[in-house]
Design a protein around this ligand. Structure first.
Ligand code: EPZ
Length: 422
């Protein structure tokens, strides 16, 4: 299992490019199941989860070609099975995103239940509720969701909790259903909007994406299309938080400042000077220590839960005390225990963490527990005195393309060491 060795050596400084958004690429690749014509997807991030999705679709008989690291061409005409097996689903819960498209396009789907994960139970009951409302027969057996429907029918679906992949699954299912589907209390995340744009390019008829109500008029079939994945706002925010924590100055290009307003507001409150253009963000701390900020995670356009751990790391070395309230997932403070090992002052009370910043942290061996938690540990290690060893960094490879190359381009002393098997 690989580890990172990180030397805390002062402010980050430099320029990097953002990759395409993981959480848009995954549903967009699955949307290929809806079409009997090729779908070309560009600006795909070269990530572990994208590889897993390619394997999942490939073992169903979808042809997945890779003209280059950031392009995939998919063609679902050769599908031979509608099964998403446990050994793939357990490594990536987003595999559930094949459910809606398979039922809509093939009349059946057998998808292993994703099960919980480190950050919470993460049920998929709302995905299933929506498909049942559209006429699918759902059975849970042997750890699988078995779904069947001769032809899905449009329905009005009200989500009692805002769910990103739930909205995406049902929006895709509705594209080929008979009649109109209305999704109420839909997720407004930019990745949902990007999926909707891709579906429209494929011939789908839908409107309202980015608002809480999405309307979809079912169509008989889709046609060939090409779609460029939008920039990754969480990757962008991660490097900006690292620059703030290390009192540095970085420019992120190939991104879109409009995707992460709530994060930029908080970084400005921390004392950062933020300069933006249509496709870049520059953050400059002018060598100053960040000020502590208060964070309350919410569904978009609120502060994103996927940036919570990274801002906790910044608060650990900020001036003053900041509180972080996590309202989306029930167990998303695991990074706090590892940050304490670096000398951080964090008190967790239920879903609130109170962090009193320290001038510097002290290096120590730590362990990553989930994707965004591992990013927060890298940020903390960059702001710590000495050499920190971070274990289980495979979590990072799932969601951050070329992370050590990008951090090195910003002046970080970070290297990956393979753990020699005993
Ligand atoms: C998506 O997960 C993202 N993943 C997550 O990013 C992100 O943290 C999350 O949205 C919230 O923004 C992808 O897009 C692949 P939810 P998702 O359904 O869709 C509850 C990362 O780090 N819920 O919006 O699984 C659920 O338990 C990952 O990139 C139900 O109760 O999250 C949670 O409390 C981590 N029943 C809340 O809703 C359901 O049927 C929000 O979950 C579905 C969800």
């Amino acid at each position: 299992m690989d580890k990172f060795v990180i030397e805390g050596n002062g402010p980050l400084n430099g320029e990097i490019a953002a990759s395409g958004a993981k959480n848009a690429a995954l549903p967009i690749l699955c949307a290929a199941l809806l079409s009997d014509a090729p779908l070309t997807v560009t600006n795909v991030p070269d990530l572990w989860d994208v590889g897993t999705t390619g394997k999942l679709l490939g073992q169903m008989g979808v042809s997945v070609s890779r003209p280059d690291a950031h392009t995939r061409v998919l063609d679902a005409r050769g599908i031979t099975t509608c099964v998403a097996p446990y050994e793939l689903v357990r490594t990536m819960r987003a595999s559930i995103l094949v459910l809606g498209p398979l039922v809509a396009a093939r009349g059946e789907a057998h998808v292993s239940l994703p099960g919980g994960c480190a950050i919470g139970a993460r049920p998929v009951n709302l995905h299933l509720m929506g498909l049942e409302a559209m006429g699918a027969e759902i059975k849970l057996e042997g750890g699988f969701v078995h779904a069947k429907a001769k032809k899905l029918k449009g329905a009005r679906i009200v989500f009692d909790t805002v769910t990103v992949t739930g909205t995406e699954n049902l929006m895709m299912a509705a594209v080929l259903a008979e009649g109109e589907t209305v999704l109420e209390n839909a997720a407004r995340e930019p990745e949902v909007v990007d999926l909707a744009r891709c579906l429209r390019a494929m011939g789908a008829k839908l409107s309202g994406e980015g608002t809480t109500t999405i309307h979809v008029q079912g169509v008989a079939k889709l046609h060939a299309a090409e779609h460029r994945v939008l920039p990754d706002r969480i990757e962008t925010g991660t490097y900006l938080a690292a620059a703030a924590a290390t009192r540095g100055r970085v420019l992120i290009r190939d991104t879109d400042p409009g995707l992460l307003d709530a994060v930029l507001v908080k970084l400005q409150q921390a004392g950062a000077i933020i300069r933006t253009g249509t496709d870049f963000i520059e953050l400059d701390m002018q060598g100053q220590r960040p000020k502590a900020v208060n964070i309350h995670t919410m569904a978009h356009p609120g502060f994103p839960t996927d940036m919570q751990a990274q801002m906790m790391a910044m608060n650990c070395v900020a001036e003053g005390t900041g509180t972080i309230r996590e309202t989306i997932f029930e167990n998303r403070f695991m990074h706090a225990n590892e940050l304490l090992r670096l000398g951080a002052d964090i008190r967790v009370e239920g879903n609130t963490a109170i962090i009193t910043g320290k001038e510097r942290l002290q290096a120590a061996p730590i362990m990553a527990t989930d994707l965004r938690a591992s990013a927060s540990l890298v940020i903390a290690a960059l702001a710590a005195d000495g050499e920190t060893l971070i274990d289980r960094i495979y979590h990072m490879d799932r969601g951050y393309e070329g992370i050590e190359q990008k951090f090195r381009a910003l002046g970080a002393q970070i290297k990956r060491v393979e753990k020699l098997l005993p």
